[in-house]
Design a protein around this ligand. Structure first.
Ligand code: HEM
Length: 213
């Protein structure tokens, strides 16, 4: 007569030892070297920005970049050519635009920076300042190759709902935007820094000609 083996009863201490071993194994998890697929991912690197919180120049934006964002430019969308402006309705207009986070008031008045009334707080209330702030937000300060404000209209490493606006990086408009992004105001100074005069020839933010690459 064959005996069916009775189910192995594990000694209570055996269960305890197994649970302890599992716990020990788990305790060694976390921030592993990535060899164990069950490990936590290694800590994500998040290096601090390279520009020490620097700001781009408001004066150069207003006089040299905003005219580009307002200009009627040839637009190539999948081979279909048209003429349009970045700030126009349906594109990046602040109210009727479909252009993502870049929001512009095309009719924004120029700010006369030479008057006493143009205090930083007062300028920050203007539509031109909103255009500056939104455009600066589409840049990685100091890094034009990583800036959407250039990469989108160049269709460089990204698609653009507005198509190809600048033929290539040698486009005169692209060069001005690149010049702005690569010359932030000195660390510790704000977007109204007098250092912006160096971005013009002669060195005057009101009368000087916009320098470019
Ligand atoms: C020099 C001119 C232009 C510049 C600098 C520019 C820049 C940009 C930027 C930076 C974005 C990404 C916004 C985000 O972060 O969400 C964007 C998106 C977009 N743009 Fe433009 N754009 C220009 C012209 C145009 C024009 C003329 C149109 C319309 C015909 C247009 C339509 C759009 C649309 C629909 C999007 C959202 C879809 C996407 O992310 O690609 N853009 N553009």
């Amino acid at each position: 007569m064959t005996q069916t083996p009775s189910p192995r009863r594990t000694h209570p201490l055996g269960k305890l030892a197994a649970a302890a071993a599992t716990l020990l194994a788990l305790a060694s998890c976390g921030g592993g070297d990535g060899t164990n697929p069950l490990d936590n991912p290694s800590t994500v690197a998040n290096p601090s920005g390279t520009t020490n919180g620097q700001k781009l120049s408001f004066a150069y934006f207003q006089r040299c970049v905003m005219p580009i964002l307002r200009a009627q430019l040839p637009i190539n969308i999948n081979g279909a050519m048209s003429v349009n402006s970045c700030a126009s309705g349906g594109c990046h207009d602040n109210t009727t635009g479909t252009g993502g986070a870049l929001r512009l008031v095309g009719s924004a008045a120029d700010v006369n920076l030479a008057t006493a009334a143009a205090s930083a707080d007062a300028v920050r209330q203007t539509d031109m300042y909103r255009n500056f702030y939104s455009s600066q937000g589409e840049t990685l300060i100091g890094a034009p190759l990583a800036s959407r404000l250039l990469n989108k209209p160049l269709v460089r490493t990204v698609l653009h709902g507005g198509g190809l606006v600048f033929a290539d990086e040698n486009d005169a408009n692209a060069k001005i935007i690149r010049y702005w992004i690569t010359r932030p105001m000195p660390a510790g100074q704000d977007e109204f820094s007098a250092a912006a005069a160096n971005l013009f020839t002669p060195a005057d933010v009101t009368t000087g000609v916009c320098n470019t690459d």
